[in-house]
Design a protein around this ligand. Structure first.
Ligand code: S3P
Length: 183
């Protein structure tokens, strides 16, 4: 089969805000040498605005439309191998869930709620957590999203107690197995 007809071999990281997608994405990029992209950064570059500004000026649905467009554009036969980190809410749309699986091997980084609360409290960049009770907000979002992460991912990784090197080693091992099964 010619390369442009083969299914893409991206590794796609999904998971809640603060679950470690960027840290693990960078580590996988360093180990494999694949280009690393982050859907939030691609959106910010394209719009020349921060995510917070997009939410404030255009609302969440407009942001979700941009997210869908970026996923569509990442499915490029000429660049079939990337590490792709995503925003925590990308799994909300059925269309996005299908696009994510079409991009390659989808890994759900799952972190305990206490870890998410601790990590996300360190900065104010996330508009969805600008709530009176951020912990209740996180719990409510997690309740809706967990089944969607589970439905989308090929692999769920419990990140508790593991550093990003250990996580990357495990993900690479199972990605190799997944891709060789697909050939
Ligand atoms: C969001 C997560 C954020 C960003 C936006 C919305 C979400 O990305 O896409 O603030 O809905 O969970 P991170 O998961 O990288 O923080």
């Amino acid at each position: 089969m010619n390369e442009s007809m083969m299914p893409p071999k991206n590794i796609v990281l999904i998971g809640f805000m603060g679950s470690g997608k960027s840290t693990v994405g960078r580590e996988l990029h360093q180990r494999l040498g694949y280009p690393w992209v982050d859907t939030d950064h691609l959106i910010e570059q394209r719009e020349r605005k921060s995510i917070a500004a997009i939410f404030a000026e255009s609302g969440e649905e407009a942001f979700r439309d941009l997210e869908t467009r970026v996923l569509e554009e990442l499915n490029e036969p000429q660049v079939p191998r990337r590490i792709i980190s995503t925003g925590g809410g990308v799994i909300g749309r059925a269309q996005n869930r299908a696009l994510l699986r079409g991009l390659g091997y989808v890994v759900w980084l799952h972190a305990p709620t206490s870890v998410i609360v601790e990590r996300t409290s360190k900065n104010r960049d996330r508009p969805l957590l600008h709530a009176e009770d951020p912990v209740a907000r996180i719990e409510a979002l997690l309740a809706v999203r967990k089944p969607l992460y589970a439905e989308t991912a090929h692999l769920k990784v419990d990140t508790a107690g593991l550093d990003c090197g250990e996580l990357a080693t495990g993900i690479l091992e199972s990605a190799r197995y997944f891709f060789s099964c697909q050939l």
